[in-house]
Design a protein around this ligand. Structure first.
Ligand code: CAO
Length: 435
């Protein structure tokens, strides 16, 4: 049978006025036996009022700031007989309380019913007498709040003042503290990872401070964000570009003095777009909720350009509709603009995939970082002549090392390998770009 139980203020000694500091329940809440329903405070102590029954809160009679005294009604709980505390004293309430009750469907009463009422025992536990003296500088919080804070791993002494009366720490203060720590942790150290300690180098020799350029600082923040958010894999490959190089040299030989020469990068850009057309997941971004792929129908390629102020990535647009000479001109113009620090934000936006080419400098391989929200980046290092076995003999061939870094949430290892095999086919026989 359902019983309505009253929770009243217990005997707390000779105290006329008790402050209601916090009310932790509201009508309709399900409470467990001994769950704290409110925090009260006298001049000397703060205490948690535990519920002596498990059930549903029918009505709450107090609010924060109220003054109560021994015997004041705090709340009524609709409890099954068995759920009431077995330790209750023989303080049976005489007065039945008329209460509209939604009973379980099986024995639902059509009209409000009169229920027998037991007065709930409210006994201050040993913990509830834990009064905190502000003079000690310790956190002013009730045991329930301390328990809540402990569950979240918060040391309440770190919360300097609360928003409750006399600076008392309330549940919201603990929640806000946790939010603040998380937010500051992310901003300060990147996802809350421990920051590197500052080091004093002076014992080892002379040093000089050089400020990082704005580009370097912004690029650094972006790269750190990507590094922390994307599970990246880099796949290395070597491509025979002997024939491509012969064709490039022939084209350049036809050029008159002052005409823009073609570098191998232009063929790589064209071949990359041809491969992306065959593998649409490389021309995509992951949606913010990580649930779907946004497939792009345009082909814009970002090219990492080394400038005195740091790395920038201008974007070549609609590469699929441009020929090698047009691309060479666009890259020359944009990389000049980049080196003069004249790129506009729009020049660096809208990329689908990027290329980082160190081939003019050297290298055998490296692991470029994806330029998110793109899902892959192609790294290029220096081509060199190598003896290549053709089944019968070693032949001198110009081999170009390529590195493909991809976001493993979007691209599987096998897809990455197939993509590179396709790119390799295009570059080792550029006639295929016509097909
Ligand atoms: N193998 C062999 N030689 C190469 C080559 C390669 N993979 N790539 C370029 N070269 C040669 C070019 O053919 C050119 O030779 P010539 O002077 O004899 O014609 C020379 O190296 C210089 O090329 P380049 O670098 O000026 O031209 P590019 O079209 O290859 O590259 C650009 C243009 C803008 C990408 C490049 O100048 C640049 O800034 N690269 C650095 C990018 C970078 O910093 N990436 C790192 C990002 S991660 O921190």
């Amino acid at each position: 049978m359902a019983i309505l139980i009253e929770i009243r203020v217990p005997d707390v000694g000779n105290v006329a006025e008790i402050d209601v500091v916090e009310v932790l329940i509201q009508a309709g809440d399900i409470v467990a036996l001994e769950q704290t329903v409110a925090t009260l405070e006298t001049d000397k102590a703060s205490m948690d009022l535990p519920s002596s029954a498990s059930g549903t809160i029918q009505q709450v009679y107090i609010k924060p700031g109220d003054k109560v005294s021994e015997g004041s009604l705090i709340a009524t709980v609709l409890a099954s007989d068995a759920a009431a505390s077995s330790t209750e004293p023989a303080q049976q309430a005489a007065t039945p309380v008329a209460a509209p009750v939604d009973l379980p469907v099986a024995d639902k009463a059509p009209e409000p019913v009169n229920l027998p009422v037991k007065s709930a025992p409210v006994v201050a536990s040993a913990e509830t007498v834990a009064s905190i003296d502000p003079a000690t500088g310790k956190a002013h919080a009730s045991p329930a709040i301390r328990l809540f804070a402990r569950e979240l791993g918060v040391d309440v002494s770190k919360i300097k003042t609360g928003s409750g009366r006399k600076g008392r720490i309330l549940k919201d203060d603990v929640k806000n503290f946790v939010k603040k720590v998380i937010t500051e942790g992310i901003v300060a150290t990147g996802s809350g990872i421990p920051s590197l300690p500052a080091v004093d180098f002076s014992p080892y020799g002379e040093t000089e401070i050089q400020k990082l350029s704005k580009i370097k600082r912004l690029t650094g923040q972006n790269l750190t964000r990507v590094w922390l958010n994307l599970p990246m894999v880099t796949y290395h490959e070597e491509v025979d570009i002997t024939d491509m190089e012969a064709f490039r040299n022939a084209l350049n030989a036809e050029k008159t003095k002052g005409e823009l020469k073609i570098t191998g990068l232009m063929f790589i850009i064209k071949a990359l777009v041809a491969a992306m057309q065959q593998f649409p997941e490389f021309n995509a971004s992951l949606s913010a909720d990580g649930e779907s792929l946004i497939l792009k129908k345009y082909f814009n390629i970002g090219i990492a350009v080394d400038t005195p102020n740091g790395l920038v990535v201008p974007v070549l647009r609609n590469v699929n509709n441009k020929n090698i000479n047009e691309l060479a001109l666009e890259l020359a113009q944009k990389s000049d603009k980049a080196r003069l620090g004249k790129l506009l934000p729009g020049d660096m936006q809208g990329g689908c995939m990027s290329i980082s080419s160190l081939g003019g400098i050297g290298g055998t391989s490296f692991t470029p970082i994806v330029n998110a929200p793109e899902v892959a980046i192609l790294g290029v290092t220096r081509a060199k002549m190598q003896p290549v076995w053709n089944g019968k003999e070693f032949l001198p061939r110009l081999m170009l090392p390529l590195d493909l870094t991809y976001d493993h949430r979007v691209i599987d290892g096998a897809q990455g390998a197939r993509f590179m095999a396709t790119l390799k086919q295009y570059l080792s026989d550029i006639r295929r770009l016509l097909l």
